[in-house]
Write a protein that binds this ligand. Sequence first.
Ligand SMILES: Cc1cc2nc3c(=O)[nH]c(=O)nc-3n(C[C@H](O)[C@H](O)[C@H](O)COP(=O)(O)OP(=O)(O)OC[C@H]3O[C@@H](n4cnc5c(N)ncnc54)[C@H](O)[C@@H]3O)c2cc1C
Length: 342
Amino acid sequence: MRGLWCSTRGWRVTALARGDEAWTATLDVGGRTETCQARVVVNAAGPWADRVAALARGNAAAAAVQLRLVKGSHIVVPRIAGAEAGFLFQNIDGRVVFVLPFETAFTLIGTTDVAISGSPAVATCSAEEEAYLLAAANRFLARPLERGDIVWRFAGVRPLQADEDQSNPSALSRDYALDLSGAGAGTAMLSIIGGKVTTYRRLAEAVMDRLAPLFPGLRPAWTASRPLPGGDIPNGDFDLYVEGLSRLYAWVPEAMMLALARRHGTATREVIGDARRLEDMGPLFPGGLSAREVGYLVANEWAMTADDILWRRTKAGLHATLAGCEEDVTAAVRALLPSKRP
Ligand SMILES: Cc1cc2nc3c(=O)[nH]c(=O)nc-3n(C[C@H](O)[C@H](O)[C@H](O)COP(=O)(O)OP(=O)(O)OC[C@H]3O[C@@H](n4cnc5c(N)ncnc54)[C@H](O)[C@@H]3O)c2cc1C
């Protein structure tokens, strides 16, 4: 298929070859190989952006992308008494550490800045980072936290612009950069380096601005006031919206309704679908997760693995861990996935 665009839909790009009129991307579709074609490749692979750009190396249209990878770790503890708001703590090294209410029952503490090399996929929160975060928070907490309080720890990897002069990972720019090559030939690759969730729309508009010359007749930006899927809550009044849902689905337990509404907003009704009683939601799991929601996430949000469901699309894994049944829940969710997914 030769289209203006095609999305990798969560499948891994394993090769990129530039033809006269289009790129051909080879995709690993759960062990099967498929190809798709497009005039422009937008490389939004985050900390893997250099590796994806390297797939196209040898093509004149692809420039090498250079990243500095900086790991940021977080710890999660049961909700700290009285910490219902978010706090920023100044640490003795000059960095700030945030302490945020997380889900309904937890507090999230982060983050660190640790330069890494190697695969971002295996980055984890180290014992040193745990100790650093506990010490930073404990300078300000009435009841000091201990290692045993930690319910979950995780690490993310920031793909920052390489700055050879800068050795301090905390001082590297958090701004994004766009690397466009091959535009003159009409088949371009645009790599996104860095960025923030909070500025995603600005970034997306900047990407479209850079690509506009390649697509004459493109409409101007139209997303500025368009809510994200599920975000069109009437009058923006979330509490009132949940009250309405609770009246409509009186059989859904309060905590489950809140969890569904927080995750799906106005798409909650689609998740519940034609269920008329709690049994229709299928097996239930901690964190308000149900077999029906798992099916929705697979069908609509490209969830492929148990981790996608329990840790990425929802944080039900956290509630399962607190309840001491994470392994059983993981196995049960895995059994619900179509085909043999990991
Ligand atoms: C520790 C940390 C703290 C942060 N704090 C903040 C903050 O406070 N505020 C804020 O706004 N932002 C923050 N950010 C930044 C924010 O998380 C990122 O901007 C955001 O997650 C980027 O989303 P993305 O979808 O562009 O990229 P990513 O979430 O990095 O996704 C990249 C995707 O590319 C996929 N991919 C990789 N290789 C391939 C391939 N070969 N084929 C197909 N797909 C591929 C990966 O599987 C992944 O899903 C933070 C980031 C980190 C790491």
